[in-house]
Every structure is written in C-alpha cells, then in structure tokens.
Design a protein around this ligand. Structure first.
Ligand code: ADP
Ligand code: MG
Length: 389
C-alpha cells in the first residue's frame, strides 16, 4: 500500500487528509498526484466516483502553498452542484494553509461572488458561462492563473461550453499547467486536449468506485410549535451519537439549546455572538465527546473544522439549496453513511423543490399535511375567527 505521504504531499496537507479520514490514495490519485507535482500536463480518465477531485485538488494546494489572495488556480466544471462539491474538497484539504476558494456559477446574483473575489481568492471553481461573464466585466481576473483544470471534459463538451471555455482560456497566460479529467475519452475529448494541453501524459485508472458517501435525507412536516418535541424525540429514537442542529438565527440557537437542556440532552451552541476562541473550545470538547448536540447557525459553522458527525438536523431550512448542500455535507464523510433530517412546513414547498433539483432526486417526506380544510367558523365562536386545521 502506498500512502499519501509517499506521494510527496506536505505535512499540512497530510494532516488535513487525516482529518478527512482519507487513508489510502485511490488509483487515479496514485497515478496523477506525483505527475502533477512535477509540473507536466495531464489528461486523466477514470470512472465517476474514483476520486478525481482530490487527484487535482491536492497537487494544486501543494503548488500554491500560501494564500496570496490572487487567483492562481482555476477549475472549470459543467454544473453548479459540481462547483460546490469541488470547493468543499478544496476547503477541506487546505484547512491548515487557509487558501481561499470561490465558486462562480449562474442562476444567482453577482454580489456575493463579486465580494468574495474582491476580498481576494487563490482558487476559482466556476462554470464557464458565469466565469466568462465575470472575466469580461473585469470582476474576475484570470491573468495570473498558473494551473488550469477542466473537470468532466466530456460533460463540458456535451453541454456546449466550448465557445466560453475557449474565450476564457485565451485570457490565460501560456506558461501554465493544464489538466483535464474526463470519465470517458473519445475523439472530441482528444481534440480538446490537443487544443489546450502541452504534451499531455495520458493517465487512465480502472479502479473501482469508492462507496459514494451516502446521505439519507428526510423531510419532516412539523409546525413551529412541534419542532422542539420532535427534535428531542428523534435524538432519542434514532440514537444520534453526534449531531449538528442548524437554526436560522443565533436567538433560535440559544432557544433550542435551552429546550434540549430542559430535556436533559447535553447541548452547546456556536454562533456569531460567541467569540472565536470560545467556539474553538466548544468544538474541541465536542470532538472529545463531552456533549453530543451542537446547535449552530450557518455563519458560525462556516470555516470551522467540525468533525465527522452522524446526523445533521435542519431545525430551520436554510434559504438556499447551496446552503443545504453545505450543511448536509457535514455528515457522511469518507465513505461512511450519514443522515440529514429537515423540519419543513408546506409553505417551503418551492424551496424543497429547488433542493430536490440540486440533489437530483426526490426526498422522502414524513407527516406531509393533507390539503387544507377550512372548518366552519361557527364551531369556534369564542375565538372570533376562522380556524384552519
Ligand atoms: P470523481 O470526481 O472521480 O467522480 P470524487 O472526487 O467526487 O470522484 O470522489 C468520490 C467520493 O470519494 C467523494 O465522496 C470523496 O470524498 C471520496 N474519496 C475520494 N478519494 C478518497 C480517498 N482516497 N479515501 C477516501 N475517500 C475518498
Ligand atoms: Mg469529479
């Protein structure tokens, strides 16, 4: 067995790999990482789920080393969901050298993405259309890119992104390293490689798939008042050993923690009003298993190294499908299965539909209400208003 250490990765990256519970490199990682570290161009192919993301992300992190707050690595991917997944891996593996990564994709506003670019990033992960747009508007500067990755080359072609890709690449400097990954290599993919790669070495891996990190997802229809009781019940019934409960606001985080304590469940909170040093302390106690429920807001959870957990509970659904993906990604790591439960109400059906679109499947729903019936008002004479049940 060859270890990641033998592939020439540095201590900080190796430490991040240990935290992510990556023990052994996959075949494609074994074959490409040393080559990429040596600076050559690569055309890599291996089936889906064989670990291609880490195969390029790890060498990129090695090459960039320290944050410089200017884009030096660019990864083009065909879809928004893939962009988020790739970013997640960059964040995970670069946690000890703190490289900054941004995702640029369409279908959403420019502000958040522009702001992130202004603050300074080292790595851009983008879909070609939005990226070109931002390059042409001079919001994104790709002139300093040293490493370019075309991930899922076959799908980039299938989705007709060639014109955008060509234009973006024309803005890059010629002395750069270029890598392309593709699940399949056909003539079109060959031509793409010939156009943008310099004397590429072709690396193929027949390795079998890694067990996909399966996350069981379930939606619970529940009223606002029913959430606390349901949470306590699920924690006990499902024997949750380590769980993060996400709430919308810090006040609600404090509230939920209080209700859990009332029910004799050990819980702590982390949110924006709690100092960074206190958060770190809380997390280290969490890692030691001193309590099992962490109640958090998105803001607080971002950028924190939260250990592998068995369950994520969305006490409140997040506002966007992206935040949902980020949240549930906290469970089910490195091939282990995880569970994500969300408390929802019928008014969130459009958000639920968007989440299902991003996840690419329908989610199981429990306690979905029957279509509403209006009960005749006279039965509630005393309350003076119509009641809906
Ligand atoms: P691909 O891009 O080839 O389809 P990914 O890079 O998305 O595959 O990896 C698939 C899954 O395998 C991800 O959940 C990833 O975290 C996991 N994974 C990749 N490499 C390893 C490894 N060496 N050890 C454990 N898990 C891994
Ligand atoms: Mg991939």
């Amino acid at each position: 067995m060859t270890t990641f250490a033998e592939l020439g990765l540095s201590k900080s990256t190796l430490a991040a790999l240990v935290d992510a519970e990556y023990v052994e490199p996959t075949e494609i990682q074994l074959n490409t990482i040393p080559l990429l570290l040596s600076g050559v161009d690569i055309m890599g192919s291996a089936q889906t789920g064989s670990g291609k993301t880490a195969a390029f992300a790890l060498p990129i992190i090695e090459c960039l080393q320290e944050p410089e707050k200017r884009p030096r690595a660019l990864v083009m991917v065909p879809t928004r969901e893939l962009a988020l997944q790739v970013e997640e891996q960059f964040v995970k593996f670069s946690k000890y050298n703190k490289l900054r990564c941004v995702t640029l994709y369409g279908g959403t506003g420019y502000e958040k993405q522009s702001r992130a670019l202004k603050r300074g990033v080292d790595i851009i992960v983008a879909t070609p259309g939005r990226l070109l747009d931002m390059v042409e508007r001079r919001i994104a500067d790709v002139s300093g890119v040293e490493i370019l990755v075309l991930d899922e080359g076959d799908r980039l072609l299938d989705m007709g992104f060639m014109p955008q890709i060509r234009k973006v690449i024309s803005q890059l400097k010629k002395e750069r390293q270029t890598v392309m990954f593709s699940a399949t290599i056909d003539n079109r993919v060959h031509r793409l490689a010939a156009e943008f790669l310099k004397n590429p070495i072709t690396v193929k891996a027949k390795s079998s798939q890694i067990e996909p990190t399966a996350i069981d997802q379930k939606l619970y229809h529940v009223t606002e008042f029913g959430k606390d009781a349901l949470l306590v019940k699920l924690i006990a019934e499902l024997e949750m050993s380590s769980v993060i409960v996400f709430t919308k606001t810090k006040r609600r985080a404090g509230w939920v923690r209080g209700r859990l304590r009332d029910a004799n469940v050990l819980a702590e909170e982390i949110h924006g009003d709690i100092s960074q040093s206190q958060r770190e302390k809380t997390l280290s106690r969490y890692r030691d298993g001193r309590f099992k429920v962490l109640v958090a807001t998105d803001v607080a959870a971002r950028g924190l190294d939260i250990p592998a957990i068995s369950h994520v509970v969305n006490y409140d659904l997040p506002d966007s499908p992206e935040d949902y993906v980020h949240r549930i990604g906290r469970t089910g790591r490195a091939g282990r299965s995880g569970v994500a439960l969300s408390f929802v109400n019928d008014e969130q059906r459009y958000l639920i539909r968007d989440i299902e679109k991003v996840m690419g499947r329908q989610l199981e729903q429990e306690g979905k209400p029957e279509p509403r019936k209006v009960v005749p008002a006279r039965r509630f004479k005393n309350s003076g208003r119509r009641r809906v049940v």
